[in-house]
Design a binder for this molecule. Structure first.
Ligand SMILES: [Zn+2]
Length: 493
């Protein structure tokens, strides 16, 4: 027997099997029950979200011997013919393959013939936005005066490219990316039935890599089985996908946060030596920083990560400010594009990462401001001077309890003690990440406690970022010679 791909084998055959598009299933089933079937539907949405599957199930529903019915039997001649692709009344046209010229001409000639086997003639036109203008015009004529008993289902991944004259004559249904948890659920069902043993983490990775496309996720599972057999471990999957695993991603981001160019290149080299592709690493890194961005703006829940993973993401996101994440994402996206055509994709990524470091205002050692120079006070002068006098001790004590708290205090400048008891620490422009760190609950409360212990003053610590760029010394984190040396090996290859 010929091998049937998992995706074909597990393609949804009735509405109840459709995952993640409940609103669309409901609309179509209602249309049948209420006998309000449109002449034309426009299915819009990302690839692999069930557009063609639903179109075929709808065709069954219309032509089932027991129908039209919201629940086609799946067993009668009409249903099985649709399933096997033999139904003469269900005509599928792939506009992407030859832009539909011949098919649409054919369609215009035959559209008025009555259906042969079923009640309806159903035209399913996939990637309809790819039709030529000529084909669109021909289609438009048909849509303007649709023959009775003909239903058009136009599917597209790029609804913006479908002419308004066409889309305005269709009932539009928008398909959503399938939530990760639902993709995973479906994969689990398949694995159970097929007797595949897949590690939970591996399943997560497959579902994530599918990016909301059920088809891509199932195809990936198929590949994984061909590669690893019926037991799929996370490690094997990482090799198959050539993707960056969790540890590599967090370490790379860590090195970026620390401005450590040598570490960054070293991690990248190790990752690639272990069999990952540079472009996959770039892609995964973009995903990772997108995760950090979501966490940064408090939208972590939307990422559908495990609680443990999300906690790590949230922790790491503290090390970047919003603008920095945005810059990194921009640079990486640009690099990923460039890598598609550049013969030395890896080099493009390395350069992009190093350039990002150059843009980091590497914290040059700030002259100790142990006397806490004070610009102005709006609060109690004597209280402030008491804190000033004890500033050294405060720093030393904080250092023992919270290194991050210490670093942010050290990098900042004691500015003020307001009459509301706010102890204001100023940071230079571009150093907002120190402010963020200072204001983290954990660090802030340690500092406040130390101030209280050493001076008896109850203060609330708050950071401000100065409008003036006091020090704009931008220093490459890694010297040009080192870069040359590192790249030498690459360039001669
Ligand atoms: Zn049937």
């Amino acid at each position: 027997m010929n091998y049937i791909s998992l995706y074909r084998k597990w393609r949804s055959q009735d509405f109840s099997e459709i995952i993640g598009q409940a609103h669309i299933v409901q609309t179509l089933q209602n249309a049948i029950t209420q006998k309000r079937i449109s002449h034309a539907y426009l299915f819009c949405g990302p690839r692999g979200t069930g557009k063609t599957s639903i179109a075929r199930i709808f065709a069954k529903a219309l032509n089932c011997e027991a129908g039209p019915t919201p629940d086609p039997c799946g067993k009668c001649a009409n249903c099985t013919k649709v399933r096997d692709g033999h139904a003469v009344d269900v005509i599928e046209i792939d506009a992407a393959s030859n832009r539909g010229i011949d098919e649409i001409r054919d369609l215009r000639e035959k559209v008025r013939y009555a259906p042969v086997e079923g009640r309806y003639k159903i035209y399913i036109i996939d990637e309809v936005h790819m039709l030529t203008n000529e084909a669109f015009n021909a289609l438009l004529k048909t849509l303007e005066e649709p023959p009775a008993q003909v239903v058009f289902i136009l599917a597209t991944t790029e609804s913006g490219k479908v002419p308004l004259t066409i889309s305005s004559r269709c009932q539009r249904l928008d398909f959503a990316r399938i939530p990760l948890s639902q993709v995973k659920g479906r994969l689990k069902e398949i694995c159970k039935e097929e007797k595949f043993e897949v590690e939970e983490k591996a399943l997560d990775l497959i579902a994530r890599s599918g990016e909301g496309s059920m088809r891509d996720s199932i195809s990936l599972l198929d590949q994984a089985v061909s590669f690893a057999g019926n037991m799929i471990s996370f490690d094997k999957l990482v090799i198959l996908l050539g993707c960056a695993d969790e540890e590599l991603l967090f370490s790379l981001a860590e090195a970026l946060a620390a401005g450590d160019g040598a570490k960054l290149l070293d991690l990248l080299r190790k990752g690639i030596d272990e069999g990952r592709s540079a472009s996959q690493v770039a892609k995964d890194l973009i995903h990772h920083f997108r995760d950090l961005l979501f966490a940064k703006v408090g939208a972590g829940a939307a990422l559908e990560l495990t609680a443990e993973y999300l906690a790590k993401v949230q922790e790491q996101s503290q090390k970047f400010d919003f603008a920095r994440i945005r810059d990194i994402l921009r640079a990486l996206s640009r690099a990923e594009l460039d890598m598609k055509w550049h013969p030395q994709a890896r080099l493009v990524l390395e350069v992009a990462l190093l350039e990002l470091l150059e843009k980091t205002e590497v914290a040059e050692p700030v002259p100790p401001r142990r006397d806490g120079p004070v610009r102005s006070t709006s609060g109690d002068e004597s209280k402030l001077s008491k804190i000033k006098t004890n500033w050294n001790k405060i720093l030393d004590e904080v250092k023992k309890k919270s290194l991050y708290g210490y670093v942010s205090l050290h990098e900042g400048q004691l500015l003020d003690l307001t009459d509301k008891g706010q102890l204001i620490i100023g940071f230079r422009k571009g150093y907002a990440f120190h402010k963020d760190r200072l204001e983290e609950e954990k660090n802030r409360s340690i500092i406040e406690q130390v101030v209280n212990d050493l001076t008896g003053e109850k203060v609330k610590v708050a950071g401000v970022v100065e409008g003036v760029a006091a020090a704009s010394t931008v220093k490459p984190a890694i010297s040009v010679d080192v870069v040359k040396e590192l790249f030498e090996g690459e360039l001669v290859q």
